[in-house]
Design a protein around this ligand. Sequence first.
Ligand SMILES: N[C@@H](CCC(=O)N[C@@H](CS)C(=O)NCC(=O)O)C(=O)O
Length: 211
Amino acid sequence: MKLVLYDYYRSSASYRVRIALNLKGVEYERVPVNLLESAQKSEEYRARNPQGFVPMLEADGERLTQSLAIIDWLDTRFPEPPLLPADRAHVLALALTIAADIHPLNNLRVLKQLSGLGIDEAAREDWYRHWVREGFDALEALAAPRAGRFLFGDSVTLADICLVPQMYNARRFEVDLAPYPTLVRADAAAAALEPFAAAHPDRVAPSGTRS
Ligand SMILES: N[C@@H](CCC(=O)N[C@@H](CS)C(=O)NCC(=O)O)C(=O)O
């Protein structure tokens, strides 16, 4: 099967899908879509993905969008290792706390809209940190009682796949992570694994890009 991932190295939704592809051990090609040059808005790209977002995965010509839907498809198609264990509802709740409740508020288009409304860079960064902190406060409380080496138990799940890119973003925006020991511990354990490390923006950035 030929898999082609349309992504951007710093897109955290794309980073999730790269991690999942690596965990599944499947080969894929990457087609970079430069968000800073608004390539996701081009007619050519929107003809393939009307939402104008990355990631998008083409699987033998079939187009899949939405990172969690793509990962669910991968998990069904390539069952090992399973990314949603028996306690599916809890793991989904952890993942969605990030993917549905933190990430969309801090998306590029939202930050651009704030800028268009005359909100300056310092205030936009406060906005960004606010939503990360609010989400992480909840995630720490939700995850801590059942966390193990990872966010849920001792095997990697979809929750870690969402956590690691969000922690990368949190560090870029200098969010204080001291109040989140469970998140910091799970992030360190997951990020050290090669499938996660190989998906890191610094490992996939176009050559010559500064981080
Ligand atoms: N819910 C979508 C979100 C995708 C998304 O927000 N992608 C961002 C990059 S992380 C994007 O393409 N942004 C383009 C824009 O804001 O114009 C998913 O999980 O795939």
